[in-house]
Design a protein around this ligand. Sequence first.
Ligand code: SF4
Ligand code: SF4
Length: 98
Amino acid sequence: MVKKKNSEVIVIEKADDMPPMPASMGSMRHNKTASWRSIRPIILEEKCKRCMICWKFCPEPAIFPTDPPAIDYEYCKGCGICIEECPFDAIVSEKEGK
Ligand code: SF4
Ligand code: SF4
């Protein structure tokens, strides 16, 4: 889901609705940002519709567009963007170190 300036909400339901590349071009791939994380995103396979929106939005990128998508926890910094943007509530947050 993306919010525009005028508060009109645009619902994006599949990766094809977005530019043909992830939001990040991988500028942080050389920095392992796992130590920044206070929460850990968990993809619920049974709820995931394989739309790959999470892959598009992840800023690291730490999500691979596999089936189902996979999170690389060496690079995931726990920003929670994937949790916020998943249109199917298929990513939940778990406290790190639980
Ligand atoms: S976790 Fe959510 S955003 Fe990611 S592919 Fe599955 S349904 Fe789409
Ligand atoms: S919380 Fe989600 S969006 Fe943020 S770095 Fe980790 S996998 Fe990517």
